[in-house]
Design a protein around this ligand. Structure first.
Ligand code: GDP
Ligand code: MN
Length: 396
């Protein structure tokens, strides 16, 4: 689950990570109030207005702007709230901005040497360890840094049984070229950041930029936080931060129905029970010359209702040219699934997309009979290859 910048910063701050202070606002009037309050609390003269959407690169798209007085705060907030923000990380339609974060200006006017660093914490799947990835080249795309100056990116891998060791935090500060007070502040920052990452059960932190001010403060100016969905049950307060306005509506509907659904770009919808089988089925579709339109796991209890919900979800995608149902009847019997498919099909009326159903396992024969005798435009297949051939046939 992705969070907004202001929510990510709240979490960081609760673990003692220094952040750029901010207050979220839904209207220009609220933005002005927020700015006044920030001036009282921090003494800041200028403010930054930052669009809150689940996408990076906001600065480049005009979603981060500096305001030098309250009038500008009001004007800029008015411009940004409600706009469709297009950034290198959104679609070309962009994302609608529902709210802005008003922050203190932490780049002191006239500060000749603000340094920007990049820092992320994530799991290195190859080694099975969390790592801190960091660079002196903050404020720009890390992908560009990786391409052009890969030697300026450092990694610190953390042994899960030891946690982040003090010498590791010092190495980060050293590699960033810091000394004196800034060095000390950075070791504190890194230590708190790593603690926040593990204790919040996050799967990604990306702080770009981390700022060093001329008076040697180390501050998180931006925060991209992705929480691990599977751990949300033990963080009810974080779970409540979900903003479904930012999410794919079909994925939201699927989650509410207890289905795992991921929207993809292809033309063949798939309905499968079990994640492994879903992967294999997507391979099969590719082999047949198609592209999967989605990943959909209906789970172990594929009754008529779930099957119908799943069909409905798949059919919401206009690029779907065929649907492949691939169910292994282990716990659930194939004939029950087949009945579910037939019932769902009848309930839904005119489905114009061809459907190929492969049912294998307990009572597969009976299931095939049910489908073949249903009189519906559903084709059955028993073997994987047969299913692939039939998908190929309907696509060509
Ligand atoms: P992103 O573009 O979505 O990554 O948004 P960021 O939060 O990283 O902000 C984009 C850029 O705005 C940063 O790289 C900074 O250069 C600039 N910025 C952010 N906060 C401040 C601030 O307090 N003062 C000034 N002058 N610039 C800021
Ligand atoms: Mn950023």
């Amino acid at each position: 689950m992705n969070l907004h910048e202001y929510q990510g910063k709240e979490i960081l701050n609760s673990f003692g990570v220094e952040i750029q202070r901010g207050i979220v606002a839904q209207t220009p009037a609220e933005a002005v109030e927020a700015a006044k309050k920030l001036t009282e609390e921090t003494g800041t003269g200028w403010h930054v207005i930052k669009a809150q959407v689940h996408a990076g690169g906001r600065g480049k798209g005009g979603g981060v702007k500096l305001a030098k007085n309250l009038k500008e705060v009001e004007e800029i907030a008015g411009d940004i709230i409600g706009m469709n923000l297009v950034t290198p990380q959104t679609s070309k339609e962009g994302k609608k901005v529902n709210q802005v974060l008003i922050t203190e200006d932490v780049y002191y006017p006239g500060d000749s040497e603000p340094e920007e660093y990049y820092m992320s914490v994530l799991l290195n799947r190859a080694t099975g360890k969390n790592m801190i990835m960091y660079s002196t080249e903050g404020g720009m795309d890390i992908e560009t840094v990786a391409e052009e100056t890969p030697h300026l990116i450092f990694n610190e891998e953390v042994d899960p049984s030891l946690g982040l060791m003090p010498f590791q935090a010092r190495r980060v500060a050293f590699n960033l070229g810091l000394s004196g007070k800034a060095f000390k502040q950075m070791t504190k920052f890194v230590t708190a950041l790593y603690k926040a990452y593990t204790e919040s059960d996050s799967s990604l932190f990306e702080i770009n930029p981390v700022l060093k001010t001329s008076d040697d403060k180390i501050i998180a100016v931006d925060a991209k936080v992705t929480l691990d969905d599977n751990a949300l049950f033990r963080h009810k307060d974080y779970a409540a931060m979900r903003d479904i306005r930012e999410e794919n509506p079909v994925e939201v509907e699927a989650r509410d129905a207890g289905l795992s659904y991921v929207d993809l770009d292809g033309n063949v919808g798939c309905m499968v029970n079990g994640a492994g089988l879903a992967m294999a089925t997507m391979d099969l579709i590719k082999q047949a010359g198609g592209e999967p339109a989605n990943f959909l796991d209906v789970g172990g209890t594929a009754d008529a209702e779930r099957v119908e919900t799943a069909f409905n979800l798949i059919l919401k995608d206009p690029s779907v040219k065929a649907i492949l149902v691939n169910i292994f009847g282990g716990i659930v019997r194939c004939d029950r699934v087949a009945q579910g498919i037939v019932d769902a099909y009848k309930n839904m009326g005119n489905i114009e997309v061809p459907i190929i159903v492969r049912l294998q396992g307990t009572n597969a024969d009976k299931a095939k009979e049910l489908i073949d005798n249903s009189g519906l435009a559903v084709e059955s297949a028993v073997e994987f290859q047969e299913a692939a051939d039939k998908v190929h046939a309907v696509l060509s």
